[in-house]
Design a protein around this ligand. Structure first.
Ligand SMILES: Cc1cc2nc3c(=O)[nH]c(=O)nc-3n(C[C@H](O)[C@H](O)[C@H](O)COP(=O)(O)OP(=O)(O)OC[C@H]3O[C@@H](n4cnc5c(N)ncnc54)[C@H](O)[C@@H]3O)c2cc1C
Length: 323
């Protein structure tokens, strides 16, 4: 452990749309934020080609370029962006307390406020053909990428509420949706199952798994295996959506920040406050409902404003105490 501990006003963990928006607001409020980017500088949007739904880009923009621009905007106001992974936290439970954070297992930082924007990682099947065609027709976000397959045939993998909801979302845009369910039943609620079954252009195939995603540069089809009979067949599709869940990146906060049963951070009411005074959460790490860049950015803004107000309140309490 280094012997030079750095003290800062505002630490931002994570460099997705939430982190960068928090950084822009915190820097402009003179909180001199320091950001650690984590293992995926720029966050999830760096894994996608076309972002068409972020306001302000009438022609759309590719994800990596958008994230570089967000970084430049945050740096313009003085955010210090550092490559590094937060590996340990020790949050103070006292209002006005100092939070200790370790980066890359060796650098210690003391922060008056911390904004957690570590996102959530989409789960994939892990097939080599699926990984190869990510961004070439394989996506983990139907709301983000469904539009690109308007009028085309697509498939979706998953059996929970999110998969069912995304299947009906795709059915509104696409010609046909084939839904692959691994078991012989769906996990989704009865109401969602009913919606799926009542949608004419969704075909649900039970006991079905992806054997291989077909296509060289882009998705052209799917080889499906029936896990009961081992029978295989192929369908033609241009888009494959994986809806088997997300894993919020909250491992290092376990036992310190309140989270739900799936690991998403819990925030107070309409704010970004966590159960720890001075620690705020923004973006997908606290949102399993919307998971969009614009909503992540919105809560990033809120987190910086919450941090600024918290620091002002602590300061006035300290002034009161010395009177
Ligand atoms: C394939 C795909 C396409 C998408 N397309 C769109 C789209 O077109 N439009 C749209 O609105 N949304 C889209 N999304 C969703 C969007 O990317 C997310 O909603 C958004 O990125 C969430 O932002 P975030 O800042 O909360 O987290 P993320 O973007 O997930 O960023 C999390 C950040 O935290 C960092 N991190 C994690 N752990 C640590 C740690 N211990 N220490 C330091 N840093 C850490 C990571 O390195 C990363 O930088 C898409 C998602 C995917 C997967």
């Amino acid at each position: 452990m280094s012997d030079t501990t750095e003290r800062i006003k505002c630490l931002i963990i994570g460099s997705g749309p939430a982190g960068y928006t928090a950084a822009i607001y915190a820097a402009r409020a003179d909180l001199k934020p320091v950001m650690y980017t984590g293992m995926e500088p720029g966050g999830q949007l760096t894994t996608t080609t076309e972002v068409d739904n972020f306001p302000g880009y009438p022609e759309g923009i590719d994800g990596p370029t958008m994230m570089v621009q967000l970084q430049q905007q945050a740096e313009r106001f003085g955010t210090e962006v550092r490559i590094g992974m937060v590996t340990e936290v020790q949050f103070s439970k006292e209002a006005g307390g100092i939070h200790k954070v370790v980066v890359d297992n060796n650098k210690e930082i003391e922060a008056e406020t911390v904004i957690v924007s570590t996102g959530a990682t989409a789960k994939y099947l892990g097939l080599p053909s699926e990984q190869r065609l990510r961004g070439g027709g394989v996506s983990a976000c139907a709301v983000c990428d469904g539009f690109f397959y308007k009028g085309q045939d697509v498939a979706i993998v998953g059996a929970g509420d999110t998969a069912a909801e995304e299947a009906t979302y795709l059915a509104n845009i696409c010609n046909k949706v084939t839904m692959l369910v691994r078991k012989d039943y769906m996990r989704a609620s009865k109401a969602m199952q009913h919606r799926v079954n009542a949608t004419k252009n969704i075909e649900v195939r039970y006991n079905s798994e992806v054997d291989e995603v077909l296509g060289d540069q882009v998705v052209e089809g799917l080889r499906i295996v029936n896990n009961k009979t081992n029978d295989k067949d192929e369908i033609s599709i241009t888009g494959l959506f994986i809806a088997i869940g997300h894993k919020p990146n909250t491992e290092i906060f376990k036992g310190q920040l309140d989270m739900d049963e799936t690991g998403y951070l819990i925030t107070e009411g309409k704010s970004t406050k966590t159960n720890i005074p001075g620690v705020f959460a923004s973006g997908d790490v606290q949102d399993k409902e919307y998971r969009q860049a614009v909503t992540a950015a919105g809560t990033g803004c809120m987190a910086a404003l919450d941090a600024e107000r918290y620091l002002a309140a602590v300061e006035s309490l300290e002034e009161e105490a010395v009177k």
